[in-house]
Design a protein around this ligand. Structure first.
Ligand SMILES: [Zn+2]
Length: 69
């Protein structure tokens, strides 16, 4: 399921707004619950998609403060 490309616009991980093509902002955040299927180097890193740099920063802040990481 993870390998399927989602149809339609991507959604901001912070506010849930649909993101126009080419406007999305990507980043990584530390997340100990993530294990990558094919690339162990990416274990513990969550791939983030957001509508703006501000919301990407908010998401990264959110994961940074999650307990257990
Ligand atoms: Zn957003």
């Amino acid at each position: 399921m993870d390998s399927e490309k989602p149809e339609g616009p991507q959604l901001c991980g912070w506010c849930g707004m649909g993101i126009h093509d080419g406007m999305e902002v990507h980043g990584m955040a530390p997340d100990s619950s993530v294990t990558h299927a094919s690339d162990p180097a990416r274990d513990g890193q969550r791939f983030l998609t957001s509508c703006s740099r501000e919301h990407l920063a908010a998401l990264q802040e959110h994961y940074r403060h999650r307990p257990g990481g």
